[in-house]
Design a protein around this ligand. Structure first.
Ligand SMILES: NC(=O)c1ccc[n+]([C@@H]2O[C@H](COP(=O)([O-])OP(=O)(O)OC[C@H]3O[C@@H](n4cnc5c(N)ncnc54)[C@H](OP(=O)(O)O)[C@@H]3O)[C@@H](O)[C@H]2O)c1
Length: 407
């Protein structure tokens, strides 16, 4: 090894990997100037070139931007067991095998960095691990998927779901197969990682309740405007009833919420705690060069001996049935007594109404209301009962609402 060189073994040379290789050579002089060491590529592995063994042998650290669970997991474990620090952008891997990877990093005294796995270039991982490490966090809300935020922004401007998705694909914000994004699974993996960092409790992707945006109708967004609400796919991780609740749902926000103004493909994360009130970080959600820049930041952190792996886990119970305010959309027959029956059924489940919009549409009417916070199970019970009445014209639709505003 040449004196002062820091060799980076690169696993994967696709969108992120090739952007990383370019950025590394562009930034090497500057990194050497302030660190005294020059990062250089120690080898590249793809399906068709390179040998993992040789790359591992010849590198000081490993960067994994292959994606998928295997062989990414095995390669990272082997690198750490060989005493090498690793950097990854792989949210699926961390949300499935995080504890095994963190434990291996701790055991072998190496670093495991993963800023690019969550939030694009928004430095939320480092903020939670370092700046807020002494802050008891109450709640995190995040827009952590740029594709769905782009689609919902286009829908608020009047596009249908299909039109907005096609536009996102044309502009390179959505993959040809967007299922991981639009089903909420990508955001759920990221929230599992953030919840582990913020609350110390191991959270597997399977522990995160999630729902995507495929069922959202343009008229939900239209009514939302009347109620002064904007719709986002919001990931939440929060202390609830002595435990921890982690979820991803389409959610309405009032204008004073810091996430309400995040539009297009941007990401943003809000962290709340009694001691800091609220902070929000936002920035571009993804893209090869942006992600590569977060990966390179982690490589520099490894070179300079930055943060340690997450501490051994604590156990908070994972809570499923939590309180939230809800938007409730009912298509009903326009006849006397309907509203009274709806109100009575909701009242029996202790669902109280904050605001209502009613529109007559010939023989039927639309009732769109926002409830005060209520246990999800109680709202579901009320909706199931309402669905059985003959005056209901189509299945009731519900969407979560975050009531907080920070102004
Ligand atoms: N794209 C983004 O904007 C973005 C943003 C944040 C995080 N990420 C994460 O970054 C990672 C990479 O994403 P990407 O978009 O760069 O993926 P990509 O374009 O599909 O590139 C994957 C690369 O990994 C290589 N690879 C895959 N499986 C392999 C295997 N079994 N053995 C050897 N090489 C293998 C591929 O080799 P071949 O070239 O031979 O196919 C390709 O070079 C993923 O974990 C993704 O979730 C991506």
């Amino acid at each position: 090894m040449a004196a002062g060189e820091f060799k980076v073994g690169l696993l994967g040379h696709g969108t992120v990997g090739s952007a990383f290789a370019t950025l590394l050579s562009e930034r090497a002089d500057e990194i050497e100037r302030f660190n005294g060491m020059r990062p250089v590529l120690g080898g590249v592995l793809t399906r068709s070139r390179g040998s993992y063994e040789e790359i591992l042998e010849g590198s000081d650290a490993i960067v994994e931007v292959m994606g998928g669970l295997e062989p990414a997991r095995e390669h990272l474990l082997r690198a750490m067991r060989a005493g090498k620090s690793v950097v990854t952008a792989n949210k699926q891997l961390l949300s499935h095998h995080g504890e095994e990877l963190y434990e291996t990093a701790r055991e072998h005294g190496v670093m495991l960095r993963f800023e690019a796995a969550v939030g694009g270039v928004v430095p939320i991982v480092r903020t939670l691990e370092e700046s807020l490490s002494a802050t008891p966090i109450e709640r995190i809300h995040g827009i952590v998927n740029g594709t769905t935020n782009y689609i919902l922004s286009a829908m608020s401007a009047g596009a249908s779901y299909a039109e907005a998705l096609a536009e996102a694909q044309r502009n390179g914000y959505a993959e040809a197969d967007p299922s991981d994004d639009v089903t909420g699974r990508d955001a759920a993996a990221k929230m599992a990682i953030l919840a582990r960092l913020a609350f110390g409790t191991p959270v597997h992707l399977d522990d995160v309740r999630f729902e995507g945006i495929e069922q959202i109708k343009s008229d939900d967004l239209e009514y939302a405007r009347d109620l002064d609400l904007s719709l986002k796919l919001v990931g939440s991780a929060e202390r609830r009833q002595g435990g921890l609740s982690v979820s991803v749902y389409p959610t309405f926000l009032y204008p004073g919420h810091p996430l309400a103004a995040i539009s297009g493909s941007f990401n943003a994360v809000t962290v709340e705690s009694e001691t800091i009130t609220e902070i929000t970080l936002s920035g571009p959600g993804a893209g090869g060069r942006q992600t590569a820049s977060a990966v390179l930041g982690d490589v520099v952190s490894v070179m300079t001996g930055g943060a340690r792996p997450p501490a051994p886990p604590l156990a908070l119970e994972l809570i499923e049935d939590v309180e939230s305010a809800f938007y409730l959309h009912l298509d009903v027959e326009d006849r006397p007594g309907v509203l009274a029956t709806v109100t009575q059924v909701l009242g029996e489940q202790l669902v109280s109404i904050k605001s209502v919009v009613q529109r007559g549409l010939g023989e039927h009417a639309r009732l769109v209301m926002v409830t005060h916070p209520v246990l999800e199970s109680a709202l579901r019970a009320a909706v199931e009962r309402l669905g059985a009445f003959d005056f209901i014209r189509s299945s009731p639709r519900t969407i979560r609402v975050i009531e907080e505003e920070f102004m």
